[in-house]
Every structure is written in structure tokens, then in C-alpha cells.
Ligand binder design. Structure first.
Ligand SMILES: Cc1cc2nc3c(=O)[nH]c(=O)nc-3n(C[C@H](O)[C@H](O)[C@H](O)COP(=O)(O)O)c2cc1C
Length: 187
């Protein structure tokens, strides 16, 4: 069974993006194993923490191991100021670093790794986030994010209720993205 690692770009308890991730997980059903990456405790990138005393920060080590064990990463993220949240950048920065000091030749687990981007956003449905995240993922050499991407508007009501409603149209988009991603990871 292939494993998909969900990265929710919001740490908010009632996150609409986490609800979207759960909707995607429901659609995946039993066709792949879905895990959620816990990365709230990841330290801000600091090169002094890399390979300090030959040992790695334990959270960095766990996060790297979880990513390495996955067949693909699915990032479901809000848009912050027309881009991705800073903690998503911090995660990608850590994942982009060599595991052996100064070794820039050995391929990293993220190189060529299938990746998908989804969003529950405001008026622009997270399009600014998706565009900039695609650029970042390309730079650090993930595979090209699968298309189509489910970028949905959460609507004014969800801002008050914190309940995400997935319309039949969005469900269809999720279905198309799930098919593309399962095919990309060979599930
Ligand atoms: C710092 C910050 C910047 C934001 N910038 C944008 C933005 O540029 N575009 C947008 O649609 N929503 C923006 N929002 C609103 C978020 O999309 C909204 O709060 C959303 O519900 C967050 O996702 P979550 O429910 O998964 O936490 C911003 C929110 C924050 C906290």
C-alpha cells in the first residue's frame, strides 16, 4: 500500500484547510494510506542546529524520516498574504538540506517526489499560495505538482462557522486531483 503524507499548512484547531485535507482523505479511501505530518515543533531553520555534534535535532530527524517513508506529499494550505505560510517554507527549507554535511551530490528523498497542492482560500481560492509554492517546490526539485489542483473558496459563512462545506463541484475537483495523484505515486 502506498503512503501519502498530508502537510496541512494551518496549525489552527478549526482549520478549514485541515477539513479539506480530511475531505481528500475520505475520497482516497482505502486506495492508499494517509498520514498527517506533525511539524509544529520543527525549529526555525538554523544552520547551527544542522549536524550539531554529529547528531541531528530529534524533530528534524523525525520529520525527515516521515517524509522519506512517504510515496508522495500532499500540501493543503491557506494563503497568507498572497503566498504560503512561513512555517511551510521552514519545513521545505529543512527538507531541502543535505543529510550529510556539505554533501550536495547525494539525492534527497524529496528529489522527484510526487507532490500535490490544494487550498481552501478566500476570493482567489489560494491561487497566490499555489503559484508561489509551485515555484518553491520546483526550485528544491520535487516532481512537478500534479494537475488539476483543487483550489476552493471557503465562502463567507465558513469564516463565521469554521465549518467547510464541500460542494458537488469541489468534490468533483477533489476526485480528479485524487486520480492524478494516485497515478503519480503508482497506487
Ligand atoms: C497572516 C494571514 C494572511 C492572510 N492572507 C490571506 C490572503 O492573502 N488571501 C486569502 O485568501 N486569505 C488570507 N488570509 C485568510 C486565511 O485564508 C483564512 O484565515 C483561512 O481560514 C486560514 O486557513 P485555515 O482555516 O486553514 O486556518 C490570511 C490569514 C492570515 C492569518
Amino acid at each position: 500500500m502506498k503512503t501519502i503524507l498530508m502537510v496541512v499548512g494551518s496549525f489552527r484547531e478549526k482549520s478549514l484547510n485541515r477539513q479539506l485535507a480530511h475531505g481528500i482523505e475520505r475520497r482516497i479511501g482505502d486506495r492508499a494510506t494517509v498520514r498527517y505530518l506533525a511539524y509544529q515543533d520543527l525549529p526555525p531553520m538554523n544552520q547551527d542546529l544542522e549536524h550539531a555534534d554529529g547528531t541531528e535535532d530529534p524533530v528534524v530527524a523525525r520529520v525527515r524520516a516521515e517524509v522519506a517513508a512517504a510515496d508522495g506529499l500532499w500540501i493543503v494550505s491557506p494563503e497568507y498574504n498572497s503566498s504560503y505560510p512561513g512555517h511551510v517554507k521552514n519545513l521545505i527549507d529543512w527538507l531541502s538540506r543535505p543529510i550529510i554535511p556539505m554533501d550536495y551530490k547525494t539525492p534527497l528523498p524529496i528529489h522527484g517526489m510526487p507532490v500535490a497542492i490544494s487550498a481552501a482560500g478566500g476570493g482567489r481560492k489560494g491561487a497566490g499560495m499555489a503559484e508561489k509554492l509551485t515555484e518553491l517546490l520546483r526550485f528544491v526539485r520535487f516532481a512537478e505538482p500534479t494537475q488539476p489542483s483543487c483550489l476552493m473558496g471557503y465562502g463567507a459563512e465558513a469564516m463565521k462557522t469554521n465549518v467547510l462545506t464541500i460542494s458537488p463541484e469541489v468534490e468533483e475537483l477533489i476526485g480528479a486531483q485524487v486520480e492524478a495523484f494516485l497515478s503519480a505515486i503508482g497506487a
